[in-house]
Design a protein. Structure first.
Length: 248
């Protein structure tokens, strides 16, 4: 959140400061510059700020560029007279550019975060699989997965229970949904229930136990994180099943 606020503050500050600065630099050359070249310079200015991905900053930059160019670069100088149709069209086009670029930049940053998150999910699954291959005790894998689940689902705690099922707590299902009694909990909208919920561990139809998940208030892990949690639990099930067959 702090990073987002800092980026927003920088973007808005640049939106207010950069257009007048650029227009001031162009003042000595305004008599020799064509209107087209002036607009191109302003477009570059708008794009530079809007690329930060802050929509308000993109709009502010466009409006500021239109006003300051009219004030410093258009006759009569030092007067704001954006009343000609061509000036209005230029201002509107700058605003459109600012909005479009800021939205594209925000989307690009979002896709980058998704890619980084997916890489982290795959790394966690791979790490657990390697640990299951090399570990001599399933308890080591279980403890490791408990720690992973705490971070993955933003839990306040996690423990593993062997044995039969007791009670009817909310349940994280194989498809990432949450069942609570006869209803489906809207996890994407409401986050995790406040109650402790279970993540059952099966393999080849055999029940081995369950992870008891203690949610943090307000925790709302996305579906992808919940599916990774199910995959990790399945890896524990496979490990326990292998140990059971080895001792059979």
């Amino acid at each position: 959140m702090l990073l987002y606020l800092t980026r927003g503050q920088v973007a808005v500050g640049a939106a207010l400061a950069l257009p007048p600065a650029v227009c001031a630099v162009l003042v000595p050359f305004r008599a020799d510059m064509s209107d087209t070249n002036t607009v191109l310079v302003l477009v570059v200015t708008v794009v530079a700020v809007a690329a930060l991905g802050h929509r308000l900053a993109g709009v502010l930059t466009a409006l500021s560029a239109a006003v300051w160019s009219d004030f410093l670069l258009t006759r009569p100088y030092r007067q704001v007279t954006v009343i000609k149709p061509v000036d209005v069209v230029t201002a509107l086009l700058l605003v459109v550019v600012g909005i479009a670029v800021s939205r594209l930049a925000a989307r690009a940053r979002e896709l980058k975060m998704i890619a980084l998150t997916d890489d982290d999910y795959l790394a966690q699954i791979h790490h657990t699989a390697r640990l299951a291959e090399t570990s001599t005790s399933p308890h080591t894998v279980i403890d490791h997965v408990c720690r992973q689940l705490v971070g993955l689902l933003r839990l306040s705690g996690c423990r593993f229970e062997y044995g039969t099922l007791v009670g009817r707590p909310p349940r994280l299902e194989e498809d990432g949904t949450i069942a609570w009694g006869d209803r489906c909990w809207a996890a994407d909208r409401d986050g995790l229930p406040r109650e402790e919920l279970e993540l059952r561990v099966f393999h080849n139809g055999r029940f081995h136990g369950r992870f008891m998940l203690q949610p943090t208030r307000g925790a709302a892990p996305p579906l992808a994180a919940r599916l990774v949690a199910v995959t990790l639990a399945n890896q524990v099930g496979a490990e326990l099943d292998a140990v059971g067959r080895a001792h059979a």
